[in-house]
Design a protein around this ligand. Structure first.
Ligand SMILES: *Cc1c(COP(=O)(O)O)cnc(C)c1O
Length: 385
């Protein structure tokens, strides 16, 4: 069975983790600092705050941006639920903007329509690994005095106008889950150039305590001071050692993902019922996902049927994502919002993420495309019979 995504772990990754297990620090030690420093370099930012998940990173960014009750945060309708949930964690209200039908990236015109006097922030999500149009998003944020947050959990390694993802928004959040570009098992990072916000986020990840353990050690004082309500979002040195080792391979992984994407695009040209999402050749695409639109009328079967058939043929696929406001929790808490983002809702019926990860070899890419072709042909044959 080919999965739709998968981590790539080598011997040197394993050795990096083992080394930490022999050291004095299992958590909140030098590997956390090293991962933060390397992320700041990779993303051309001044501050990186490592936490234990991408979701925690988004929660920290909401706190760093000073968002709270009464505020509205504009998020794309099509994203992982955590993007919108993070706004709710701080008592703010997520407001859903529609997406572009060809890229599934948040639609700037829809953002403008959703802005009210209460709007305080926009969260852009680089769907599938393709950076959003950050120049346009920055202009909107400046026009309305909003904080621009980037959920870049798909796009580590990507770039826009020659600038790396991470340097394009006020706060940028990454995930280190195994399915993402690089992994630490679990983990997340927020990067920013706002040093005061970074200090607040560092305290927030540690219960709202304002001095960390190492500072106390240096200062020969035993007491600590909790000044805000925070969480335990700390990440371990064990995880960060894996993250540091993986980050060294990011450029190679990203190139490999792009090669696979180009190969898919060539092979899929012959299949009339499958169309890859559009990619802007001027952008540095990170290709976290390879998403195609499944044309049910042309193929003779629905996307859901294709998902099942491909699974039975050994090809794992997935659907990213149901528009967030259609989830039961959102329906129950914020009322029925169906119909508010029609492009997202109609795209949702068609999208299918097919296998994409650095370890996928050429023969496997060919097999994926061949099985897709066979699903279409089988439907036609069974109709004729
Ligand atoms: C993976 C992901 C997250 C959450 O990251 P975790 O590390 O799983 O908490 C948030 N947003 C998007 C778009 C993601 O893909």
């Amino acid at each position: 069975m080919l999965p739709y995504g998968k981590q790539s772990i080598d011997k040197d990754d394993i050795e990096a983790v083992t080394e930490v297990l022999h050291s004095d620090w299992l958590t909140t030690g030098p590997k956390v600092v090293e991962l933060e420093r390397e992320f700041a370099v990779t993303t051309s930012t001044q501050e990186a705050v490592a936490v234990n998940s991408g979701t925690a990173a988004l929660h920290c960014a909401m706190v760093g941006a000073g968002l709270g009750p009464g505020d509205e945060v504009i998020v794309p309708a099509i994203t992982f639920v955590a993007t919108a949930n993070a706004a709710i964690y701080v008592g703010a209200q997520p407001v859903f903007a529609d997406v572009n039908s060809e890229t599934l990236l948040i639609d700037p015109d829809s953002i403008r329509q959703k802005i009210t006097a209460k709007t305080k922030a926009i969260v852009a999500m680089d769907y599938g690994g393709q950076p959003c149009d950050y120049n346009t998003l920055r202009k909107i944020a400046d026009d309305y005095d909003l904080t621009l947050i980037s959920d870049a959990c798909h796009s580590l390694g990507g770039s826009y106008a020659g600038r790396p993802v991470g340097s394009l928004a006020d706060f940028t959040c990454f995930s280190l889950h195994p399915i993402k570009q690089i992994t630490a098992g679990e983990g997340g990072i927020v990067v920013t150039n706002d040093q005061e916000a970074a200090t607040r986020m560092r305290s927030f990840r540690n219960h709202g305590i304002t001095t960390d353990f190492r500072e106390r050690q240096k200062g020969s004082v035993h007491c600590y001071s909790m000044e805000h309500l925070g969480f335990n979002y700390r990440i371990t040195d064990i995880q960060c050692a894996l993250g540091v080792s993986q980050l060294k391979k990011l450029a190679r992984f990203t190139r490999r993902r792009n090669d696979i994407a180009n190969f898919y695009r060539t092979l899929l040209e012959d299949i009339p019922f499958v169309r890859p999402l559009e990619a802007d050749p001027n952008l540095g695409h990170a290709y976290h996902l390879f998403v195609v639109k499944w044309d049910a009328a042309e193929a003779g079967c629905t996307r859901d049927e294709a998902f099942r058939q491909l699974k039975s043929r050994g090809i794992g696929t997935n659907v990213h994502y149901l528009p967030v406001y259609l989830h039961p929790y959102y329906q129950a808490s914020f009322g029925d919002q169906s119909g508010t983002c029609p492009v997202a809702e109609s795209a949702y019926e068609q999208i299918l993420s097919i296998p994409m990860y650095p370890g996928l070899v050429e023969a496997e890419v060919r097999k994926v495309v061949e099985e897709i072709r066979l699903v279409g042909e089988t439907v036609v044959a069974s109709r004729a019979a």
